[in-house]
Design a protein around this ligand. Structure first.
Ligand code: PSU
Ligand code: MN
Length: 337
């Protein structure tokens, strides 16, 4: 206790000097006092009152969708959550502060290209805080922050996963491993169709993350309603999803993927999807991108090739996911009591 207290007071004015020897070890196990998570008043009172809260990510806004659609989609997702009776908590990092419940102005700032906000996965959030940076959080980054502040539902478009040719590139999104250790229910339209869907489902199995279809036993295909892969579980409504997640939490510390397919009438045409996919892979190969740039480059080429149709589908599905997440968050509240 005394050692901890001492470390805290010493590290108030932290300098590189403290990252040595014994002190370093103690610091690692103590709460870093300079760490900062700011929760907006609205989100904070919702959490206090036990209302439904839905975490929303910012990578899709900053790196996934083109301007000006990106900010419209973010606002529509927030409205969709509110219409479901829950409170949205859009998460990002500004000047080293993790903000849970970004205001419209803050989100605009984060999406400003000149800010060059980083793409923050789970492993990056602490570093962005420690080094005072700006960044948008991925699914992995967002659920890590969500769990830290007591939010257990999030919505996105498509989860990250195993990339095609991962056997040589080893490119597997940290969304998967983050979900395997973070007890958050993520609503998504499956995983992005740029990925190896079958391999991703196998990894989710290995990692102990349940995949539950919303009113379907076919795994959604992001821009398409059906990826062609079937899944074992499905729920009929938000209340069933909430009950299933609560029971899952009783036996496991992993998260859960609630897979919500885009409406059949809103999906991207099958042939156009195949052609856009081929073109996206070509562009990525020509540019020689790797790491965190792969997904944004593939999505951007999809948008260009389909003349914006993929963006419309992406918008429709992410808003529908935010709505469903809002319903689940509200149902969790009533199912608990
Ligand atoms: N869903 C979308 N568009 C996106 C993403 C999700 O409809 O851009 C983002 C999420 O932030 C997800 C990330 O975590 O893509 C995956 O990136 P990577 O493959 O580099 O892990
Ligand atoms: Mn990757």
């Amino acid at each position: 206790m005394a050692a901890r207290a001492r470390v805290r007071s010493v590290s108030q004015g932290i300098s590189l000097r403290v990252f040595t020897g014994k002190l370093y070890t103690s610091l690692c196990v103590s709460n870093f006092p300079n760490s900062s998570v700011v929760i907006s008043d609205e989100v904070s009172s919702a959490l206090d009152e036990g209302r439904g809260v839905v975490a929303l990510e910012t990578t899709i806004v900053v790196h996934g969708l083109p301007a000006p659609t990106n900010l419209d989609v973010a606002a529509s997702c927030e409205s969709a959550v509110r219409m479901s009776g829950s409170v949205p908590a859009t998460i990002g990092v500004l000047g080293g502060q993790v903000i849970v419940g970004l205001s419209t102005k803050q989100l605009e700032l984060l999406a400003e290209p000149s800010l060059e906000a980083a793409k923050l996965s789970a492993r990056d959030v602490g570093l962005a805080v420690g080094l005072g940076r700006d960044g948008a959080t991925t699914v992995a980054g967002t659920i890590t922050v969500a769990q830290r502040v007591g939010i257990c539902v999030m919505a996105t478009g498509g989860l990250g996963g195993v990339h095609r040719e991962a056997q040589t590139s080893f490119d597997e999104s940290a969304d998967l491993t983050a979900l395997s250790r973070t007890s958050v229910l993520v609503v998504a339209s499956g995983v992005k169709s740029i990925l190896d869907v079958g391999a991703t489902l196998e990894r989710l199995d290995t990692l102990g993350v349940p995949v539950v279809g919303y009113r379907t036993t076919q795994f959604p295909g992001f821009y398409r309603s059906d990826s062609g892969f079937s899944i074992d579980w499905s729920v009929a409504d938000a209340r069933e999803a909430a009950v299933a997640f609560l029971a899952h939490r009783d036996f496991s510390s992993t998260g859960m993927l609630l897979a919500n397919p885009v409406a059949a009438e809103d999906q991207l045409d099958g042939e156009l999807h195949e052609q856009a996919l081929a073109s996206a892979f070509n562009v990525a190969r020509t540019l020689g991108v790797s790491g965190k740039e792969v997904t944004p480059v593939l999505l951007a080429e999809f948008a260009r090739f389909s003349a914006g149709l993929s963006v419309t589908v992406n918008r429709d599905l992410v808003i529908a996911n935010a709505k469903l997440a809002g319903e689940v968050a509200s149902a969790l509240r009533t199912s608990r009591s």
